[in-house]
Ligand binder design. Structure first.
Ligand SMILES: NC(=O)CC[C@H](N)C(=O)O
Length: 331
């Protein structure tokens, strides 16, 4: 009775996946097992918290959409406003887990812990990683030490910040890494050990409020490489998108045709964010392109997929590129 009350919101993914045999670790079906069975599979959960489950979605996370995010964030906020909810764990497919985590990091209005968790091996596999990951996530969400740190991601005995973490490997259980800046800490026998926090604003310090929104601005990502053409950029402009994130080569460099297309896009009112496909480091303002002159925004060290999220939320407040640039230095 004196244990924290933790809600597990299940959304699908491999953690809820089933394979044909115990050695099937690719080619299995994600999003099969319901939240009650996930909880039953780890009886140790009741040693750390009073857990309750809720099946929010049952999808593979490549099918996650803006609409799912709005619904999930609203539900998290509703639950965390309740006195009898002390923390939330969200089970999620790993493919877009970092995106959902960052969206919640910017839209959840509470200091109570929110932890995202997934697995790389389906629930039916030998040495499935789901149960230990779920145990650690519930233990983390039960901990007072996890409060006020923004949305956290915990797999493979590590604790990562939503803003920093990314999936780095298609198969292995150590896939979630904060490649640029490092993890926040570790889970040791069900206890979090933190070494640092994030310096960027999140949750209760965030200016973004999705409580009255039922739709987010259309923003897509375009990827660059040798010989890249402007076709995709022109298509996004034609579709009426409000913003575009360019996953650029190197420090967000722009080839001649890409620069021409993005310049025209901006003149038509589209907001352009320059980011990098390299995975680490800052895409510096006025570095590889003169953002002042082009009226572009630089993504700082956000990955293209996370820059898309911040741009969508930013566009719910302003279309002023200076104000948007400030957000990219702040969140
Ligand atoms: N390991 C996983 O969770 C990947 C399964 C699936 N593609 C998903 O993201 O939901």
């Amino acid at each position: 009775a004196d244990k924290p009350n933790v809600m597990i919101l299940a959304t699908g993914g491999t953690i809820a996946g089933t394979g044909a045999t115990s050695t099937t670790t690719v080619g299995y079906t994600a999003a099969k097992v319901g939240v009650e069975r996930l909880i039953e599979a780890v009886p140790e959960l009741k040693n750390v918290a009073n857990v309750k489950g809720e099946q929010v979605f049952q999808i593979a996370s490549e099918n996650m959409t803006n609409d799912h995010w709005l619904k999930l964030s609203k539900r998290v906020n509703e639950l965390l406003a309740q006195r009898d909810v002390d923390g939330i764990v969200i089970t999620h497919g790993t493919d877009t887990l970092e995106e959902t985590a960052y969206f919640l990091n910017l839209t959840v209005k509470s200091k109570k812990p929110v932890v995202l968790v997934g697995a790389m091996r389906p629930s039916t596999a030998i040495s499935a990683d789901g149960p230990i990951n779920l145990y650690n996530a519930v233990a983390l969400a039960s901990s007072k030490d996890a409060a006020g740190r923004g949305v956290l991601v915990s797999l493979n005995d590590q604790i990562n910040a939503a803003r920093e973490v990314t999936k780095t490997n298609t198969m292995t259980t150590d896939t979630f890494r904060s490649t640029d800046l490092g993890a926040l800490g570790y889970m040791v026998s069900g206890k979090p050990v933190f070494y640092r926090g994030t310096a960027r604003k999140h949750t209760t310090d965030s200016e973004f409020d999705i409580s009255k929104l039922d739709k987010l601005p259309a923003v897509n990502v375009v990827y660059s490489y040798a010989n890249a053409t402007r076709t995709a950029i022109d298509a996004f402009v034609g579709a009426g998108d409000e913003g575009i994130v360019h996953a650029g080569t190197g420090n967000g460099s722009l080839s001649t045709p890409v620069k021409a297309a993005l310049t025209e896009a901006r003149k038509k009112g589209m907001i352009v964010v320059r980011s990098s496909r390299t995975g680490t480091g800052i895409t510096a303002r006025n570095g590889e392109a003169n953002d002042d002159e082009l009226d572009f925004v630089a993504a700082d060290n956000l990955s293209p997929q996370k820059a898309r999220i911040l741009l969508m939320l930013g566009l719910t407040k302003t279309h002023d590129t200076k104000a948007l640039q400030r957000m990219f230095m702040m969140y």
